[in-house]
Write a protein that binds this ligand. Structure first.
Ligand code: F6P
Length: 363
């Protein structure tokens, strides 16, 4: 009997829960009689032929591990046809006919290009994507692997900052990751009880942002019960955090007040740590559905977690997990672009909600 071979790679920024997805996908594939190959360092490793056979023993303890044991990379070479041709040749040499790509936007765009029938020719290669990015900026899935853990890390950091901020009656600007997407800042601002949340999608001018933050700080200091002020700022906000602090400090002084501000940039801390229980469960379920889809002959799909709103005609509910849908990668990439340029209803809805609750946060 000809052995069936499936490859798995993680690509782009690592996200807590990638290992849980790898573990589940490997276990399910082995259970179905497939041989599994772990490809190291994403598309870069694929081009260089870095892969090794995985057995249950290699993945069984991965559930609670952060990062990605396969390693990851951002690979410029893969954006070129030549790079993708080499990657396809590597897969053909290894007789891998199905590939699970666990990653974010760029990785899913890469998956789409890799299995593009126009580039594939006669080669048999099916590709399915699993959304993983702390940014939650991937179209047609309500959540991606890593978002929940990142949110918990931010909230934990904000709680700690709140202790020292309260002790000193200070205002803190906490900058969080998320690239161009404000989701992490928005969601964690609610969970951390922030006074103001700043994100690119609001479309506010720099002057408006400075005014809003200054007002919030001065108002809060006028109230006896509020001894700390917390501003959560998404890294994608156009006004840089250093400029914001400098301009707010100047505005506070100009209004005759003496209030100290401090900045904390959480940076890559937000991407690390053991995955939350939710991320472990969701990643395992997405990984399970992803390989089941590949084994069943699906290609050019992404497994989405509980998508909401209007779904494209391509979306089908997974027969093996009611929370998961299979959506065309093409539709995912289109919606992802719309999220970035602001034309997506999801982004408009998020911006509107935060516009409405802005004054409530400051109470
Ligand atoms: O996409 C995930 C992410 O962590 C973003 O939030 C951030 O802007 C970016 O990756 C950082 O990338 P790098 O680790 O390559 O500096």
């Amino acid at each position: 009997m000809i052995e069936k071979r499936l490859g798995i790679l993680t690509s782009g920024g690592d996200a807590p829960g990638m290992n849980a997805a790898l573990r589940a996908a490997t276990m399910v594939s082995l259970d179905r009689g497939w041989h599994v190959y772990g490809i190291e360092h994403g598309y870069r490793g694929l081009i260089q032929g870095e892969m090794q056979r995985l057995e249950a023993v290699d993945v069984e303890s991965l559930l609670r591990e952060g990062g990605t044991t396969l390693g990851t990379a951002r690979c410029a070479e893969f954006t070129q046809l030549e790079g993708r041709d080499t990657a396809r040749a590597r897969l053909a040499e290894a007789r891998i006919e199905a590939l699970l790509v666990i990653g974010g936007n760029g990785s899913l765009a890469g998956a789409r290009a890799l299995a593009d029938p126009a580039e594939l020719g006669d080669q048999i290669l099916r590709v399915v994507g699993v959304p993983a990015s702390i940014d939650n900026d991937i179209g047609l899935t309500s959540m991606a692997i890593g978002v929940d853990t990142a949110m918990n890390t931010i909230v934990d950091a904000c709680d700690k900052i709140a202790d020292t901020a309260t002790a000193h009656d200070r205002a803190f600007i906490v900058e969080v990751m998320g690239r161009d997407c404000g989701y992490l800042a928005m969601a964690s601002s609610v969970a951390a009880g922030a006074d103001v949340v700043l994100f690119r999608e609001s479309g506010k001018s720099d002057a408006q942002i400075v005014h809003e933050v200054t007002d919030a700080i001065i108002e809060a200091h006028g109230r006896r019960h509020r001894r700390r002020v917390l501003i959560v700022k998404s890294e994608g906000t156009r006004l840089s955090t250093d400029d914001l602090k400098a301009r707010v400090d100047a505005a506070i002084e100009a209004r005759g007040k003496l209030i100290e501000t401090r900045v904390t940039v959480l940076g890559h801390v937000v991407r690390g740590g053991r995955p939350s229980a939710f991320d472990r469960v969701m990643a395992s379920r997405l990984g399970h559905v992803g390989v089941r889809a590949l084994i069943d002959g699906e290609t050019l799909r992404m497994v989405a977690w509980q998508p909401s709103g209007t779904l494209p005609a391509s979306a089908i509910r997974s027969a093996v997990d009611p929370r998961c849908y299979l959506v065309d990668l093409e539709d995912v990439l289109r919606e992802t672009r719309a999220m970035l340029d602001g034309s997506s209803p999801v982004i408009q809805w998020r911006a509107k909600v935060f516009d409405e609750i802005e004054s409530v946060l400051r109470l």
